[in-house]
Design a protein around this ligand. Structure first.
Ligand SMILES: Nc1ncnc2c1ncn2[C@@H]1O[C@H](COP(=O)(O)OP(=O)(O)O)[C@@H](O)[C@H]1O
Ligand SMILES: [Mg+2]
Length: 413
């Protein structure tokens, strides 16, 4: 990689600082781009560091609002999770970081897009597929997959030596025995001491939030109002505090969620590349909204639509996890999901207590819940004797496959 104009996705850490310096040493012009997705960083310092490494320009882009409105809430509408548990905090931010990356490259006439994600993880796919979808003509440079770069940096020692030689400061966070990814949706902890799934995590590692055991002994209840599947208002039923606007209500729910130890998940997941990986995720506001949204769907979606949507939720989760946010299959499924959300209007009350976000009430003008039919004592137009014929036909096939209790296997009588 020589004599090119490159935009580097720069996080301010040791890896990307070395990449930045190394690319400049090879005669490239490098523009550093930092995305602010709500991580707890000192952006002024990162900007200075990038200039000190020799960047020709530095962009620090505030993507927080767009992250919540167009990415987090889109995944929320889909109820997307990966392997049933992970709310995709890192995976959802990557395509947005890639989108702005492409915009900056186009604005500056740069032909190369560079990121510092490793060749083992999911993030390389999330970035690179975003680049391919939005700037197919761009050259992608991924140093951790370049034999020339790898031959110079065989391990941590080579990197530290290089940093010392070139006056790149080595931050304290590098000494942490695990790695952290942080944005408005979540904080994730993985690698290092957490790699062994038998090792318990130490709650004192949490940068934001607390363990449920340290949460208040009192419950706190909130009401979330949804319009077309999107949260539009949050009211604290104990204090009367109220927030609207995507960012504002999301940040408020984060604050409450962190306080009550909500949304902590310790899981082993299957990475895109096939290996298993252990992560601890803290997703406070996202968990509250996920629970509330799902509860509202239980009264506003038709039974079959709801069941199809459950399947779609896991498919959309896989699509996002695997880096295919900008793909035809994502557009295809989201069109159906958007249609389903037309009736997802109403209010949900949630009680926050020591790590739990429990739904206690849901109501909607579009509610399909019919008390007259569901109730045990009212007649409401439902004739129980009709069920006789229904069950007879519904169970027909199992009648033809008699199970002998002593033999324990099915055979035709
Ligand atoms: N906030 C960000 N802004 C720009 N690029 C980022 C940001 N966060 C991550 N990246 C890119 O993604 C790569 C992988 O991120 P990560 O695994 O978090 O590594 P690190 O943050 O230690 O550099 C980084 O090397 C960088 O290229
Ligand atoms: Mg990072």
């Amino acid at each position: 990689m020589e004599n090119k104009k490159i935009v580097l996705a720069y996080s301010g850490g040791l890896d990307t600082s070395i990449i930045l310096k190394w690319l400049i040493e090879k005669g490239n012009e490098v523009i550093a781009y930092v995305a602010d997705v709500g991580q707890d960083d000192d952006f002024k310092k990162i900007e200075e560091k990038a200039y000190a490494c020799g960047a020709s320009k530095v962009y620090v882009c505030d993507l927080k609002e767009e992250f919540i409105s167009d990415y987090v809430f889109r995944a929320l509408k889909a109820s997307a999770t990966y392997e049933g548990t992970y709310l995709l905090g890192t995976a959802i931010a990557r395509p947005l970081i890639a989108k702005k990356h492409v915009e900056i490259a186009k604005e500056n006439g740069a032909t190369v897009l560079c990121h510092g994600a490793t060749g083992k993880g999911n993030d390389q796919a999330r970035f690179e597929i975003g680049y391919m979808a939005m700037m197919p003509e761009a050259e992608i440079y991924s140093p951790w997959k370049d034999p020339v770069f790898l031959s110079e940096f065989r391990g941590r020692t080579d990197m530290i030596n290089y940093a010392e030689k070139h006056g790149i400061p080595i931050s304290v966070s590098l000494r942490k025995p695990f790695s952290i990814d942080e944005n408005l949706l979540h904080t994730s902890y993985e690698a290092g001491v957490l790699e062994d799934p038998a090792n318990k995590f130490d709650p004192s590692m949490f940068k934001r939030g607390i363990h449920p055991k340290d949460a208040p002994d009192q419950t706190e209840c909130v009401k979330v109002t949804f319009s077309n599947g999107l949260p539009v208002k949050v009211e604290n039923l104990d204090t009367g505090e109220s927030h609207s606007g995507s960012m504002e209500l999301f940040c408020y729910l984060n604050e409450l969620g962190y306080k009550h130890g909500i949304g902590i998940v310790d899981m082993v997941e299957n990475r895109l590349m096939g290996m298993k990986s252990r992560g601890v995720y803290v997703t406070p506001g996202g968990t509250i909204l996920h629970n509330a949204h799902n509860a509202l769907e239980t009264i506003t979606l038709d039974k079959e639509v709801q069941h199809y949507k459950q399947w779609m939720a896991s498919e959309v989760g896989r699509i996002i996890y695997n880096g295919l946010w900008f793909s035809p299959e994502m557009e295809f499924l989201m069109a159906a999901i958007d249609k389903s959300q037309e009736s997802v209007n109403g209010e949900v009350e949630i009680c926050l207590y020591k790590g739990n976000a429990m739904v206690t009430s849901r109501s909607s003008v579009n509610s399909l819940y019919n008390e007259g039919i569901a109730s045990m004592d009212a007649h409401g137009g439902y004739d129980q004797t009709d069920a006789k014929g229904f069950i007879k036909i519904f169970g027909l096939r199992v009648k033809g496959r008699y199970i002998d209790e002593t033999m324990g296997k099915g055979h035709t009588p």
